[in-house]
Design a protein. Structure first.
Length: 135
């Protein structure tokens, strides 16, 4: 799996695992609807995510996976607006060691620096430590 590309079978398994846990929690706590905002990222395959969500909810009677398209109606712009306002951390890779490896490989091929963990926030256009040095 480690050499699967992003949006490949490894990611399907990753989403399945997370949605299965979410569906179980929803079932155990009486929630009727579950959803995910993962698809708001342009790097993600919305169909892949929604398929995983529907698959996870299916075994539980009365539980629905809401496959709302969060990119519609300016959703991406709103996500960035809120992220900047709240100064959220901006993770520059998907989340696993393989995506970190592949993103760094891509960046190095473009003559960019490797990702520096823990320094990029939405409120900064550049890593926090760089803007701190400017003041
Ligand atoms: S963290 Fe992201 S890249 Fe890694 S397996 Fe999960 S969805 Fe795929």
């Amino acid at each position: 799996m480690e050499h699967e590309p992003e949006r490949g079978i490894r990611c399907t398994m990753c989403f399945d695992m997370r949605f299965e846990r979410t569906a179980l929690y929803a079932h155990e706590h009486g929630f009727k609807v579950m959803t995910s905002c993962l698809g708001i990222s342009r790097w993600k395959d919305m169909k892949q995510i929604n398929d995983c969500g529907h698959r996870a909810a299916k075994p539980y009677e009365g539980l629905t996976y809401w496959d709302y398209n969060w990119r519609k109606g300016g959703g991406s712009a709103r996500m960035i607006e809120i992220s900047k306002r709240e100064n959220f951390y901006q993770q520059e890779y998907c989340g696993c060691v393989y995506s970190l490896r592949d993103t760094n490989k891509h960046r190095l091929a473009q003559g960019r620096e490797k990702i520096e963990l823990g320094v990029m926030y939405y409120s900064n256009e550049e890593p926090a430590h760089v803007s701190e040095n400017k003041d």
